[in-house]
Design a protein around this ligand. Sequence first.
Ligand code: 5GP
Ligand code: ZN
Length: 117
Amino acid sequence: TSVTAVDDCLFCKIVAGDIPAEVLHSTERTVAFRDLSPQAPTHVLVVPRDHHENAAALAAADPEASAELVRTAAAVAAAEGHDDYRLVFNTGSGAGQTVFHAHLHVLAGRSFGWPPG
Ligand code: 5GP
Ligand code: ZN
């Protein structure tokens, strides 16, 4: 399931190692690295190695990668010492998506309100 990296995609460049990131965990289909602008004591992004523009496109094209994203997120939260954590897929600019390469936010280490606002 190899998909060509997209030239102007920030997360394709991080996956390729062309832009540095603090990588915590990587699997066959995913890479997890710390967010540059953390919104919680633990704020990690888990991305598929292949380029898909959002979580729905990823799930449609590669369900196993989609499942691996969630498993990796759980492993990262556990490795950081958190039982409780929040997973977020911002989908579309109106919902706050700024990087159009699917990514799962793993947030932990503080309390989170609900509804999220
Ligand atoms: P979105 O807003 O698309 O859901 O999330 C994109 C995330 O990528 C943001 O939380 C932002 O802080 C993070 N981000 C943007 N540029 C970089 C970067 O160059 N490196 C890392 N590690 N994170 C980044
Ligand atoms: Zn990409």
